[in-house]
Design a binder for this molecule. Structure first.
Ligand code: PEP
Ligand code: MG
Length: 936
């Protein structure tokens, strides 16, 4: 699979992003020693030389591209690979860097290699008697399916075509190959649009009343070839080049240039592939799947890449060339059918598949062609897969001892686990939709997940609606092409009326985790009219549909989604392996017992943050909170607090019980009090209205009182004002009430046999004296409750570190605090001096767009700034108190990259939202494996 790599940042490009792109390729200096000619071309049989030069297999993949490297590797393993060679990625980079000029010696080497292939095949390029035909295919280090160019059947002209007809006695096949060459050559090399060619084909299909090109006669195809040549002449003012060497040269150049094409560029950005890797060019002897019924071609994966099941999966066609299978223009057969149709070939193919899996220790995605009953392997690569499949395959491969458990853990990425945490459709709503007759189609479930959105019929509209209008869209096409990728990325889901599991739409959707349903043949898509019809119902652009990529169902209208369940046994197993590897604890931020239960179920080992004030907002409590805030006397305040006490006690009781035996960190009240009061603006409005109408004087007086209180509490910068520990010091009764609630609940739980480990946490500390004061108040109250209850509770007293001063004086702070928890939301806000509430909708986005900040510091910890403070505080704190427990409870606690940093700093645990716990468990294991993001 494509491994994300970010060795260099995406280069800037012009608006069209095409040839004038500023992507300047890197040219490696090595190998340029004076005297020895630089080797730009490697025959498939020269893999040892490539290895010697590149020093490692990874190096060979960089040099030859993934496809070239694996073709060479398969050749070495004695598998049936058609003879060929690879022009290196270094040659591509040199070509682009030199302003589209072949580097010195490259072309001569390419011709020399071609001569070798002639020897190996016994055929001659451009020969009229026994012509050698070759394909010219791109192949970068990381696979970019369909993103770059390919030209097949190079070497055909009128003479060689005649020779091939005599040889094969199959003019239909020859003209089919010839017309394909002209079409591909024109569209790929000469940039002629595809439509006129497709129009000619459609015209002939209609005339002959056939749907299948394989049913067209030799004469038709001969005529089509002529017409295609006319199109070339008409559109370019030039003749289709009949010189095979010229064909080869221009095709090689076209592949080089396609590295900088818009769709390849967009794909690399989305897949985080570096722009300076370059592509290899593979020149491979053509073998033909379109020479009759004993021929065929197909693509397959060695396991099911949707579910991970251990069964080969794929599609093939008899009497066809490779492009027919992936384009989705002809209905393909499942690979299992090959077993019946060509049992011997199937057995050999199955054996090779197993051999390749063993060799590469991963599921392979292979392309093959059968020429007169002989199997040829055209490609193998690690297969792209869904999240579900990634997990199951990793676990199964470890079970089969092909990889270690650690490798299995490493192979599963946080985003794979994330899939399990994504919504699926609400089953009841789905049932109801079926009852209403809104299940409009059922087709191939190629990429799981639920997606709801408005219909769009082309990639540009999909992108525009999603980006500019912020709409959820479902992109519908008859089939997708590489040019559609930007729309697919912007859409919530993808629906096509044609294509199979290995179609372009399916591959791309799976890779990017987009729910997709393909091959919905009952849907008639009319792109022109911007609508589709299905069983007489018309769906227009903008109408809502819901697609279920897990089941392949398509529904009219919107269907509600539900939180998923992560009980997949393979995932659970993988996560237990991750637990064996990680050294960081994974805790959860949970305020309510139900969150705590979920967190525990997901594997949390403690509560790292309970924001006690969240419960204050509940309707039955808010009036008491407001009474406490607005109290004119101590008695009035205490009355309000007494009413709040039982609520808080029951909150904590629930948490302790849910986390029986595990630590529960309870943070005392944090936000500025005005947050619990109505907003100033709405109060002014209400007061003005009441005054004007003069209706309800009692209500007016009440609102007026509230307004005065709100005004008296007004702060210019409330986030830097009376909040956190300052509030606790300002209203000590509040601290005491919360502490009492904690200890009364803890004592009761202990009496009931529940093991409690309370950790009381003070927010927003900036000076050690604040802690000193709070600790005294707190200890007094705690002691008193324990005496009343006649029970001793062991507890810890600690603080959040969310102000730079606290981090800088952590040695002093640790004299009082038994634990630290980094509140990185506030610590980022206070370190940067950027308001966390406003930044992400304001200038911060501009900063990110302009590259002033490399990353959103509220999403991933700013390693150099905030990270440095965390590191310093941890060291200072442990200098005073060696056993100091240190964790993190800001939102970053669920971000894989930040988790890696926490691991490096030596934190004891990360605490994140319950839904992120499984991801954090995996990310913590990756961090421990020491290679998470190693390619970045
Ligand atoms: C923090 O600041 O990181 C934190 C966890 O506290 P809050 O988000 O509640 O301010
Ligand atoms: Mg905070």
């Amino acid at each position: 699979m494509v491994t994300a790599t970010r060795k260099s940042k995406p280069a800037s490009r012009n608006a069209k992003g095409n040839k004038k792109s500023k992507v300047v390729a890197r040219v490696k200096a090595n190998g340029h020693s004076r005297g020895a000619a630089k080797k730009w071309v490697y025959l498939f049989g020269e893999v040892a030389a490539a290895e010697k030069y590149a020093k490692s297999w990874e190096g060979v993949r960089s040099l030859l591209g993934g496809k070239g490297a694996n073709l060479a590797d398969m050749t070495r393993a004695g598998l049936p690979v058609p003879p060929g060679f690879t022009v290196t990625t270094e040659a591509c980079n040199a070509y682009l860097a030199a302003g589209e000029k072949f580097p010195s010696g490259m072309w001569e080497q390419e011709i020399a290699a071609l001569r070798q292939v002639e020897k190996l095949t016994g055929k001659k390029f451009g020969d009229a008697k026994n012509p050698l035909l070759v394909s010219c295919r791109s192949g970068a280090k990381f696979s970019m399916p369909g993103m770059m160019d390919t030209v097949l059947n190079i070497g055909l002209n009128d003479e060689s075509a005649a020779g091939l007809i005599t040889l094969s006695q199959d003019p239909r096949f020859v003209y089919d190959a010839y017309r394909r060459l002209v079409q591909m050559y024109a569209t790929v090399v000469l940039n002629v649009p595809d439509e006129p060619f497709e129009d000619v084909l459609s015209e002939f299909r209609a005339k002959r009343e056939v749907t299948n090109d394989a049913d067209m006669s030799a004469d038709d195809l001969k005529l089509i070839t002529l017409k295609f040549k006319e199109i070339v002449r008409h559109k370019t003012g030039r003749d289709f080049p009949s010189d095979p060497i010229q064909q080869l040269k221009l095709a090689t150049e076209a592949v080089f240039k396609s590295w900088n094409g818009k769709r390849a560029f967009d794909y690399r950005n989305a897949a985080k592939i570096a722009h300076d890797l370059g592509t290899g060019v593979n020149i491979v002897t053509m073998v033909f799947g379109n020479m009759g019924s004993a021929c065929g071609t197909g693509v397959a994966t060695t396991r099911n890449v949707s579910t991970g099941e251990k069964e080969m999966e794929g599609d093939y066609l008899t009497n066809a060339q490779g492009e027919d299978v992936v384009a989705g223009t002809r209905a393909t057969f499942p690979i299992s059918q090959l077993k019946e149709e060509m049992p011997k070939v199937y057995a050999q193919f199955d054996k090779i598949g197993k051999q390749l899996e063993k060799h590469y220790r991963d599921v392979q995605d292979v392309e093959f062609t059968i020429e007169h009953g002989k199997l040829w392997m055209l490609q193998t690569r690690d297969a792209k897969r869904t999240a579900q499949a990634a997990v199951r395959i990793a676990v199964d491969l470890a079970g089969e001892k092909l990889i270690t458990k650690a490798k299995a853990v490493e192979r599963v990425k946080p985003e794979h686990v994330d899939f399990y945490l994504h919504p699926q459709f609400n089953e009841d709503e789905k049932k109801a939709a079926k009852g209403r007759g809104d299940l409009i189609a059922k087709a191939l479930n190629v990429s799981p997940g639920a997606a709801v959105g408005q219909l769009t019929f082309d990639a540009d509209t999909a992108e525009q609606w999603a980006k500019e209008k912020h709409l959820d869209v479902i992109m519908v096409r008859p089939e997708t092409k590489p040019d559609d990728v930007h729309g697919m990325l912007a859409a919530q889901g993808i629906l096509t009326s044609r294509g199979g599991r290995t179609s372009h739409a399916a591959l791309v959707a799976r890779q990017f985790g987009k729910p997709a349903v393909v091959g919905a043949s009952s849907i008639h898509v009319d792109v022109e009219q911007r609508q589709f019809t299905v069983e007489g119902r018309v769906f227009k652009e903008g109408d809502y549909v819901s697609i279920d990529g897990t089941t392949g169902e398509v529904f009219a209208g919107k269907i509600g989604t539900v939180d998923p369940d992560i009980k997949d046994p393979y995932l659970l197993k993988l996560l237990t392996w991750a637990d064996e590897i990680r050294t960081l604890g994974v805790w959860a931020n949970a305020d309510y017992p139900r969150d705590a239960e979920r967190a525990r179920e997901y594997g949390a080992e403690g509560i790292g943050l309970c924001r006690t004030e969240h419960m204050f907002f509940e309707t039955e409590r808010l009036p008491h909170v407001q009474q406490m805030i607005l109290a004119k006397s101590e008695t009035e305040r205490n009355e309000a607090l007494a009413k709040l006490l039982p609520f808080q006690r029951s909150d904590f009781d629930g948490l302790f019980r849910a986390m029986d035996g595990l630590p529960v960190t309870i943070r005392l009240i944090d936000p500025p009090l005005h947050e619990f009061l109505p907003s100033h603006t709405s109060l002014i409005q209400e007061v003005t209205e009441l005054r004007l109408t003069g209706k309800d004087s009692e209500q007016l007086a009440e609102k007026q009182k509230l307004l005065t209180a709100v005004e008296s509490m007004h702060e210019a910068n409330p986030m830097l004002g009376l909040r956190g520990v300052r509030l606790g010091i300002h209203i000590p009764e509040l601290t005491r009430m919360q502490v009492r609630a904690i200890f009364e609940a803890a004592c009761q739980c202990e009496k009931d046999g529940v093991e409690v480990h309370p950790k009381i946490m003070i927010p927003l500390t900036s000076h050690v004296n604040e802690l000193k004061v709070q600790q005294t108040a707190l200890e007094e109250e705690a002691k008193q409750v324990m005496q009343e209850q006649g029970i001793e509770i062991e507890y810890q007293f600690g603080t959040m570190i969310e102000i730079p001063r606290a981090a800088l004086t952590a040695d002093q702070i640790a004299e009082y605090a038994q634990f630290f928890s980094f509140g990185t939301n506030d610590l980022t806000q206070t370190t940067y001096g950027i308001s966390r509430d406003d930044a992400e909708t304001g200038f911060l986005m501009e900063y990110l767009e302009k590259g002033i900040l490399p990353e959103n510091p509220f999403a991933s910890i700013d390693e150099y700034g905030v990270g440095k403070l965390m590191d310093m505080a941890t060291k200072l704190g442990r200098g005073t108190r060696p056993k100091l427990d240190v964790g993190i409870c800001g939102e970053h606690g669920g971000d894989p990259k930040s988790i890696e940093l926490c691991h490096k700093i030596g934190l004891d645990y990360v605490s994140c939202s319950p839904f992120r716990v499984p991801i954090a468990r995996l990310a913590a294991a990756h961090a421990a494996l020491g290679d998470f993001h190693k390619d970045l």
